[in-house]
Design a protein around this ligand. Structure first.
Ligand code: PEP
Ligand code: MN
Length: 348
């Protein structure tokens, strides 16, 4: 749509699309609204829409993924995250000037453990607290998480520390419960192609953090995001968390090149997780620096007050002092790119 197009003009174009039996996806941007069309069996004549008031141009999307592509929406998407418990934490925008840092332990273990981590990450400038209450573990005998009890602890963290909450949801039946506590729904690497889960979070009112599958190509990653947008949820944050390669000096290989590649092909923001992306504590900070330098919109970092006692992923988890050092370095690199973190504000 043209930048000056009115809400009524946007609605009229959507109505025209729906009257043809297709689905209209209006995605507002800072300058203008893009309207994607899905459900059409083949190419449509651009003239069907170009004549309508307020329309700037009608473009045929050539990519297999439609709604996530830059062809359909040239402007970067800004994903606003709001606390579901109103007033508990400040809104955060992912994809804009602020480099948004999400940090916390791998799993919710106890109230005390979460409070200790939350106090530390907040003081260093994290805006979002991460911790899993439902853990999809490689072994069925490993710690599986505290479930709803863990979600309740996360809700307490939000109130007490003013941090937004991101936590994983593991299957379609589980989404309703996680939605009652989380500000962002995380879909884990193992579930990137769990299409019923993708469709379900696509019908949620919460933003979704979608992690890249450990052997997913960029196209498969974007197609997974497309599942979510196709259901009407346009608030998707991508997350590079490392892929499986022949390398054995790390657990995964954090694919930093995917960050600029995503930026070219898609309007969605992408953050990086150097914790799962390397699996080694001493590699987390260097790769965090690299991810920010390559244009990541944020970071997800595992932090625990006592990493060696963590019930999961301790070997890749930073302690608060290491996280504080990471944040200092990342803030300096972000500044080179004209970005900032919440760390300055946290210090005063
Ligand atoms: C996590 O973030 O806790 C997690 C399990 O990550 P991934 O899905 O990337 O393995
Ligand atoms: Mn973990």
């Amino acid at each position: 749509m043209k930048p000056q197009a009115s809400g009524a003009e946007v609605a009229a174009v959507c109505a025209r699309i729906e009257s043809l039996g297709f689905r209209a996806h209006a995605m507002p941007g800072a300058q203008r609204t893009a309207i994607g069309i899905t459900g059409n069996p083949g190419p449509l004549d651009p003239e069907l829409f170009e004549m309508l008031p307020g329309v700037a141009e009608a473009i045929r999307v050539t990519k297999p993924y439609k709604l996530v592509s830059r062809e359909v929406k040239s402007e970067d998407s800004l994903i606003r995250v709001r606390a579901i418990d109103e007033g508990a934490a400040e809104d955060v925008v992912v994809g804009g000037e602020e480099l948004v840092v999400m940090a916390g332990p791998c799993s919710v273990e106890s109230r005390e453990q979460c409070f200790a981590a939350a106090g530390a990450v907040k003081a260093s400038g994290a805006r979002v607290f991460r911790a899993g209450a439902f853990k999809p573990r490689t072994s069925p005998y490993s710690f599986q998480g505290l479930g709803e009890e863990g979600l309740k602890i996360l809700a307490e963290v939000r109130r007490r520390y003013g941090l937004l909450i991101v936590t994983e949801t593991i299957d379609p039946e589980n989404v309703e419960l996680v939605e009652r506590y989380a500000d962002i729904l995380q879909v884990g690497a193992r579930n990137m192609q769990n299409y019923s889960l993708l469709r379900r979070v696509g019908r949620s009112a919460r933003p979704v953090l979608l992690k890249r599958g450990m052997s997913a190509t960029l196209e498969e990653f974007l197609m997974a995001a497309e599942y979510i947008l196709s259901e009407g949820n346009y608030n998707v944050i991508l997350c590079e968390r490392g892929v499986r390669t022949f390398a054995d000096h790390t657990r995964n290989t954090l694919d930093l090149s995917v960050i600029p590649a995503v930026k070219t092909l898609s309007h969605l923001p992408i953050i990086a997780d150097p914790s799962h992306g390397t699996g080694k504590r001493d590699k987390v900070t260097p790769l965090a620096r690299g991810a920010v330098a390559t244009g990541a919109d944020g970071l997800m970092v595992e932090v625990h007050a006592d990493p060696d006692r963590a019930l999961s992923d301790g070997f890749q988890t930073l302690n608060p002092a290491q996280f504080e050092a990471l944040m200092g370095q990342v803030e300096a690199i972000a500044a080179v790119l004209g970005r900032r973190t919440a760390r300055g504000a946290a210090r005063v």
